[in-house]
Design a protein around this ligand. Structure first.
Ligand code: TAP
Length: 487
C-alpha cells in the first residue's frame, strides 16, 4: 500500500515551548521498518541540549505559570491535550506506524485511544491530590501536603513510543512536575508531535520538553544532571540497572519498568478456543515487541498436543503484511538489528532442542522490510535460553506442565516478574494461582489488557515502581509534614 499522505516534517527538539535544532546542529535519520527506507532527519540532542532543557524545566517549575496555576486549570490543559490527541488520531497513528512498523490497526485503534485515555484520566487527578489532617497532639494542628518532585526525566523505549508518552508524562504533569522526555532514537516522531500538541493545549513553555537523541548521550546526560529530580525509565533490564547506578550519584529517585518473559498458563479445564486466541494475542500483538508479552506459554500436558496443533495452525495463517494496510495484524520489527536478534533466538531454540511448529523465518513484504513470521517453538524446556531470555519478537516458546504445582514452579522459575496469564474455568484455581505468581499483573482468561486506571509494573528483574493508576502519582510526588503550634 503506498503512503500518499503529506510528507513528514523533520523532527526537532522541543525546549521551552519552541521547536529547535540541536546546539551541535547534528541530526540522525529515522527509518521506516516496513520499507527499509529513511523517513526523515531528526535533531539529535547532546549534553548541551539536556542542560538547556533542564534550565527551561527548572524555571518553569520554580517560577513559571505552571506551579501558580490552579489545579483545575492544570486539569483543563491536560484534558485538552487528551482531546487534541484524539482529534489528531489519524496523523499520530500514521506517524507511529511509519516509524515503528506496527500495524495501523494497533496504532489507530489501541495506541491513540490509550494515550488520550492517560491524559484524560490523569487530568482528573490534578484536582484530587490531597494531603491529610492527622490527629497528633492537641497543642498542634498537623497536616501533610502532597507536592510534586520538580523536574522528571522520562526515558522511553521504541516499542510503544506514543503510549509511553502518556504513561510517563500524564501522571508526572498531573502531579505538578515539569517533564523532559527522551524518546528512543529509533522512534522519536510521535513524542515530538505530542509535545507540540501540548503547547496548543495550553501547557506553558518549559513544562513538557522532548529531546530525541541517543540513550548513551542525551539519556546519560539526563540521568547525571543534578537539575533532574527523578528518572522514570522503561526499557531493558541492562540499561535500567545502569541508570539506577548512575542516578545514585545525584540521589535521584528512579522508577524502572524493565523486561519480562511472562508465563501464560493454560490449564486443561480452560475454554481452549478462548485460550488459543489469548495465547496468540499474548505473543503476536505488537509483533511480540511487548514487555509484558506472554512469551512463555505453559500448557498442561493432557491438552498439550491438541492445543499446540490448533495454535500452530492459526499462527501459520497470520501473515506479515504492510503495516499501513488496515487489515494487517503483523507488522515489521523495529530495526534490522532487532530482526536479526529475533531470528538468532529461533536458531538458538532449535539448536537447544525445541521444535519449530510455525514460522521461524524472515518474510519481506513487497520484497522489503524487517518482517518475521509468527513463530511457535514447541518442546521448550524451562531452562533453555528461549525460555529464560527476552526475545522481544513474534516468537512463542511452549513448555509443558503436569499440575498446578509444576505450573507455578515453572512460571516463577525466572529472573523476571512483569506479567502472567491464567486460563481455567475453575474460579478457585484461578485466584489461588494468581496469588502465587511473581508478577506485577495477572490476567485471568484474558491477556494484554491495559487501562490508565490500572497500575502496571514489575517485580524481580522486571523493575519496581508503577506506571498508571493512582499508584503512579506516588512516583511523581512526595509528602511534606507541617506542624503548627496552636497553643
Ligand atoms: P534500551 O537500550 O533499554 O532502550 C530504552 C531507552 O533507554 C531508549 O530511549 C534508549 O535510548 C535509552 N538508553 C540507552 N542507553 C542509555 C543510557 N546509558 N542512559 C540513559 N538512557 C539510555 O532498550 P533497546 O535497545 O531499545 O532494546 C533492547 C532490548 O530491551 C529489547 O530487545 C528488549 O528485550 C528490551 N526492551 C524492553 C522494553 C520494555 S517495555 N520493557 C522496551 C524496549 C526494549 P536509544 O534508543 O537511543 O538507545
Amino acid at each position: 500500500m503506498t503512503d500518499t499522505l503529506t510528507p513528514i516534517r523533520p523532527g526537532t527538539l522541543i525546549i521551552n515551548g519552541e521547536a529547535v535544532d540541536a546546539a551541535s546542529g547534528r541530526t540522525f535519520t529515522t527509518m521506516n521498518p516496513a520499507t527499509e527506507e529513511p523517513l526523515v532527519a531528526v535533531a539529535e540532542a547532546g549534553a548541551e541540549d539536556v542542560d538547556r532543557a533542564v534550565k527551561a524545566a527548572r524555571a518553569a517549575f520554580e517560577s513559571g505559570p505552571w506551579p501558580k496555576m490552579k489545579p483545575a486549570e492544570r486539569q483543563k490543559a491536560l484534558f485538552r491535550l487528551g482531546d487534541l490527541i484524539l482529534a489528531h488520531g489519524d496523523e499520530l497513528a500514521r506517524l507511529e506506524t511509519l516509524d515503528n512498523g506496527k500495524p495501523i490497526f494497533e496504532s489507530r485503534q489501541i495506541d491513540v485511544p490509550m494515550v488520550a485515555n492517560c491524559f484524560h484520566y490523569f487530568a482528573g487527578w490534578a484536582t484530587k491530590l490531597a494531603g491529610e489532617t492527622l490527629p497528633v497532639n492537641p497543642a498542634f494542628f498537623t497536616y501533610t501536603l502532597r507536592e510534586p518532585l520538580g523536574v522528571v526525566g522520562a526515558i522511553i523505549p521504541w516499542n510503544f513510543p506514543m503510549i509511553m508518552v502518556g504513561w510517563k508524562a500524564a501522571p508526572a504533569l498531573a502531579a505538578g512536575n515539569c517533564v523532559i522526555l527522551k524518546p528512543a532514537e529509533l522512534t522519536p516522531l510521535t513524542a515530538i508531535r505530542i509535545a507540540e500538541l501540548a503547547l496548543e493545549a495550553g501547557l506553558p513553555a518549559g513544562v513538557f520538553n522532548v529531546l530525541p537523541g541517543k540513550g548513551s548521550v542525551a539519556g546519560e546526560a539526563m540521568v547525571r544532571h543534578p537539575g533532574v529530580d527523578k528518572i522514570t525509565f522503561t526499557g531493558s533490564t541492562e540499561v535500567g540497572r545502569h541508570i539506577m547506578k548512575t542516578a545514585a550519584d545525584t540521589l535521584k529517585k528512579v522508577t524502572l519498568e524493565l523486561g519480562g518473559k511472562s508465563p501464560n498458563i493454560v490449564f486443561a479445564d480452560a475454554d481452549l478456543d478462548q485460550a488459543v486466541r489469548g495465547a496468540m494475542n499474548g505473543i503476536f500483538y505488537g509483533k511480540g515487541e511487548v514487555c509484558a508479552a506472554g512469551s512463555r506459554l505453559l500448557v498442561e500436558s493432557s491438552v498439550h498436543d491438541e492445543f499446540v496443533g490448533r495454535l500452530a495452525e492459526r499462527a501459520q495463517k497470520i501473515q506479515p503484511a504492510d503495516p499501513l494496510d488496515p487489515k494487517s495484524r503483523l507488522g515489521a520489527l523495529v530495526s534490522q538489528a532487532q530482526m536479526e536478534k529475533v531470528l538468532g533466538y529461533v536458531e538458538t531454540g532449535t539448536k537447544e532442542g525445541a521444535t519449530l511448529v510455525a514460522g521461524g523465518r524472515r518474510q519481506p513484504v513487497n520484497g522489503k522490510g524487517w518482517f518475521v513470521q509468527a513463530t511457535v517453538l514447541d518442546r521448550v524446556e524451562n531452562t533453555m535460553r528461549v525460555a529464560q531470555e527476552e526475545i522481544f519478537g513474534p516468537v512463542l516458546s511452549v513448555i509443558r506442565f503436569d499440575d498446578v504445582e509444576d505450573a507455578v514452579r515453572k512460571a516463577n522459575d525466572i529472573v523476571y516478574g512483569l506479567a502472567a496469564g491464567v486460563w481455567t474455568r475453575d474460579v478457585k484455581k484461578a485466584h489461588a494461582v494468581a496469588r502465587r505468581l511473581q508478577a506485577g499483573t495477572v490476567w485471568i482468561n484474558a491477556y494484554n489488557f491495559y487501562d490508565a486506571a490500572m497500575p502496571f509494573g514489575g517485580t524481580k528483574a522486571s523493575g519496581f515502581g508503577r506506571d498508571l493508576g493512582p499508584e503512579s502519582l506516588r512516583e511523581y510526588s512526595q509528602v511534606k509534614s507541617v506542624w503548627v503550634s496552636i497553643e
